[in-house]
Design a protein around this ligand. Structure first.
Ligand code: SF4
Ligand code: SF4
Ligand code: F3S
Length: 375
């Protein structure tokens, strides 16, 4: 085992291979406050990549309702229980990562779901934490809650899947950090399925190999956002590249939200994989639950997001989400507009800070009709 630095847990840790960061790292931010669970992302991916035989149950992108939704069944709670106590001192994780907690003969602490665990992709959808009396949803203080968690492969800096494969069939591309399964090398050992804590590697019984989200790399290579980003109805997603904290650049939208404003957080940082999908936490959910999911930065992230209305830079950048099919590696606010830019400064997208308001009179003299919203 090598010693590597994991900035998300604020310390060094053991990993199967030495630290080898890509030239640039593909990364994404999902704003959970805007997700409506329409599953357009799920279907955009499914129809693009996993509509073949043996791929029926594969959802490289899925959206589950927390706290009772899971795909596969119990993916997170099963592992959290196996890992045991997890504690932080400030931003330093004191517990064991999945690599450090691995048993004898095991590279990563993990578990392999049964076939039936994949049988109900939308179990728990819209289930609330408690019953709400009729009419009470107008007044209750979020004692009852749920939220939608969209999930893809995290293209981790320290992938569990890659560490676990005995054939070395999984690799991380040096040019963009995207993690792929070499279909020619894979022999279907499924150690990767067991080791990925997010359960984002899937076994194909027809080909006898495992498959996973490829971050739509043919699109990334052309500077275009992946399918599940481009088709997102709620405009909750932004794809790009993330720097390490010491090289953070506030002009890069991903760096700005992750490193500068610290409003977007990794999912289960305590697992130790340094995942590269970041979540803006749902502001109506109890903080202890958010700390378990997103680590000790959850309180500050929620407080920052709640102030966004008085913060034109943050509001503006959030409006840039989903504004273009192009990747937007740079951004800046220009008065009442927010611009998405190419690396060389070319303008690729422009959105107003405030949506223009147009008041339409009920009577239309041209058509000589009265339009009303009343039924
Ligand atoms: Fe591998 Fe899972 Fe990380 Fe994706 S999320 S890189 S499949 S360990
Ligand atoms: Fe599917 Fe592409 Fe989204 Fe990955 S990035 S889940 S391959 S649509
Ligand atoms: Fe390796 Fe997973 Fe294939 S463990 S051999 S990549 S099924």
């Amino acid at each position: 085992m090598a010693r590597v630095h994991n900035w998300q847990i604020g310390r060094e840790m053991s990993y199967w291979y030495p630290e080898s960061r890509p030239t640039r790292q593909f990364a994404a931010i999902f704003d959970t406050n805007k997700c409506i669970a329409c599953q357009t992302c799920t279907l955009a991916c499914k129809t693009t990549w996993t509509s073949g035989r043996g791929q029926e149950y594969m959802l490289w992108n899925n959206v589950e309702t927390k706290p009772y939704g899971f795909y596969p069944l119990g993916w997170d709670v099963t592992l959290l229980e196996k890992l045991g106590a997890q504690s932080w001192s400030g931003s330093r994780y004191d517990g064991r990562t999945l690599f450090e907690a691995a048993g004898p003969g095991e590279r990563v602490l993990g578990w392999r779901p049964d076939d039936l665990d994949y049988a109900h992709p939308n179990v728990g959808e819209d289930d609330c934490t408690r019953n709400v009396d009729r009419g009470a949803h107008f007044s209750f203080e979020h004692e009852a809650w749920f939220f939608y968690l969209a999930r893809i492969c995290n293209h981790c800096t320290y992938p569990g899947c890659l560490a676990a494969c005995p054939r070395g069939s999984i690799y991380k591309r040096p040019e963009d950090g995207i993690v792929l399964v070499d279909q020619g090398r894979c022999r279907g050992y499924r150690e990767c399925v067991k080791a990925c804590p997010y359960k984002k590697v899937f076994y194909n019984p027809m080909t006898g190999t495992s498959e996973k989200c490829i971050a739509c790399f043919p699109k990334i290579e052309q500077g275009i956002a992946p399918q599940c980003f481009e088709n997102c109805i709620g405009k909750i997603r932004m794809a790009g590249f993330l720097s390490t904290p010491d090289k953070a650049n506030a002009g890069n939208p991903i760096d700005y939200l992750v490193h500068e404003r610290k409003v977007a957080l990794p999912l289960f940082p305590q697992f130790g994989l340094e995942p590269n999908v970041y979540y803006i936490p749902p502001v109506h959910v109890p903080l202890p639950y958010l700390r378990m999911l997103f680590g000790p930065g959850a309180d500050a992230a929620v407080a920052t997001y709640r102030q966004a209305k008085d913060d034109p830079d943050l509001t503006g950048l959030l409006k840039l989400f989903g504004s273009s099919e192009r990747l937007l590696p740079r951004w800046r606010r220009q008065g009442e507009f927010v611009l998405g830019l190419a690396e060389n400064g070319t303008e690729l997208a422009r959105v107003p800070l405030r949506e223009p308001l147009r008041v339409i009179q009920a009577y239309d003299p041209v058509q000589r009709v009265t339009r009303t919203n009343c039924p």
